[in-house]
Write a new protein. Structure first.
Length: 406
């Protein structure tokens, strides 16, 4: 029994030792292959970069060694994929032609039908970097893959390839929220830029409700005036969430010509529409909407008041003056929002600096302004500045005002 136990221990030790040697051998072999690949790639890369930057009509195969081994083909593809992430313009087109000449596009399209989902996902990502129009149709088919990761990588690839064939399926993907994340598809469409606008405009009327909301977001973020007519029309839609997104989209496009439409939207019966219209007016610079924004400061909904006050601050000096005037408004909500934005825009701090001014008129104006803020019982910022302000004269003057009896 004792001998059997010794043999068992010795056999186990020998097995473990053999496994350790095998692991060490495999590691050494892998490192040797990687070192050989690095050296071989270093020889291939100059030829690849020469091809990418060339202006002639020679194909990639004319720059690479002949015959081209399987390993050289694999390393050349890896180097081209790295270059595809950074190059632009004509060099970008030449790299796409190189992928097609090497057969990399054809192989990656075949991998889209692999039994392993991760291989299909990797193939979709590679095809996006290759940017070959030949991959558009197979990638459209991959958008119906049962695995979500494959679908979203195929969508990203189509967004990179662009063109009508690639963009139209992305627009249609907005109609299927059960399978797609509207936010992710929208971001891909935004990345395609103005090329997506025509497809979105053409498809808009046939899209379901939620897809129209996403389409308006995309059109706004692309900021194309070509979409202005549709977005203005959507501002009259029966659905309040469509009207709210349309107002937001007009703000993103940012044309001052939208100010009249947005001012009218400030009177919408639904508060989310009014809130988005107010925010958008801040973006388009609605100087003519100042009176309407001042009135919106009295809205019963906090978001409308907050966005209107922010818009007044953003439209410039006239808006700033309006906020100062609103400190005397009858409405408590309006006064408080005005103080909040005057503080946010550091306008209060400008008046505080004048407390130490050598100009008596400016100093008196600053004192009157500070006293007005105190009467509104919004003294947190003033109290902190009486402690922290860099100028001693300001600290002393402010402390004196704060200590006066109410």
């Amino acid at each position: 029994m004792h001998d059997l136990l010794i043999r068992l221990i010795a056999g186990t030790g020998a097995l473990l030792g053999g496994l350790a040697l095998l692991i060490a051998f495999n590691k050494a072999l892998r490192e040797m292959r990687e070192a050989l690949d690095r050296r071989r790639r270093a020889l291939l890369e100059p030829a690849i970069y020469e091809y990418a930057n060339a202006t002639g009509h020679r194909a990639i195969l004319d720059y690479l060694p002949k015959p081209l081994s399987r390993r050289d083909r694999r390393l050349a593809e890896a180097a081209l994929l790295d270059a595809a992430r950074v190059v632009k313009g004509e060099s970008r087109d030449r790299i796409t032609a190189a992928f097609e000449a090497l057969g990399s596009v054809r192989v990656s399209i075949l991998h889209l039908r692999s039994q392993r989902w991760w291989k299909r996902a990797e193939a979709a990502e590679r095809l996006g970097l290759m940017r070959s129009r030949a991959a558009a149709e197979p990638l459209v088919a991959a958008m119906n893959d049962p695995m979500g990761e494959v679908r979203i990588r195929a969508a990203r690839a189509l967004g990179i390839i662009r063109g009508t064939t690639s963009i139209r399926p992305l627009v249609l993907a907005l109609t299927d929220p059960s399978r797609w994340s509207a936010i992710r598809v929208a971001e891909i469409l935004i990345g395609t830029g103005t090329e997506a606008v025509d497809e979105l405009l053409a498809a808009y009327d046939s899209l379901p409700h939620l897809a129209r909301i996403s389409a308006l977001d995309v059109l706004g973020r692309i900021r194309s005036l070509k979409a202005a007519g549709l977005i203005r029309k959507a501002l009259k839609d029966p659905h309040p969430d469509i009207r709210a997104r349309a107002a937001n989209a007009l703000g993103h496009v940012g044309d001052p010509g939208f100010a009249a439409d947005l001012t009218e939207a400030l009177r919408d019966p639904e508060w989310p529409v009014r809130a988005m219209a107010a925010k958008a007016l801040g973006r388009v610079g609605g100087q003519g909407a100042i009176a309407a924004l001042c009135e919106a400061l009295k809205d019963r909904q906090w978001w409308v008041r907050a966005n209107a006050a922010e818009a007044l601050r953003l439209v410039g000096p006239a808006g700033r003056d309006a906020l100062i005037r609103m400190l005397d408004a009858d409405d408590t909500y309006a006064r408080h929002q005005a103080v909040a934005q005057l503080e946010e825009g550091r306008i209060i701090d400008e008046y505080l600096a004048d407390l130490a001014s050598a100009d008596p008129a400016r100093r008196e104006a600053a004192i009157g302004f500070v006293e007005k803020i105190i009467r509104l019982e919004r003294v947190d910022h003033l109290t902190q500045q009486a402690i922290d302000h860099a100028q001693e004269g300001v600290r002393l003057a402010l402390l004196k005002i704060l200590q006066r009896p109410a």
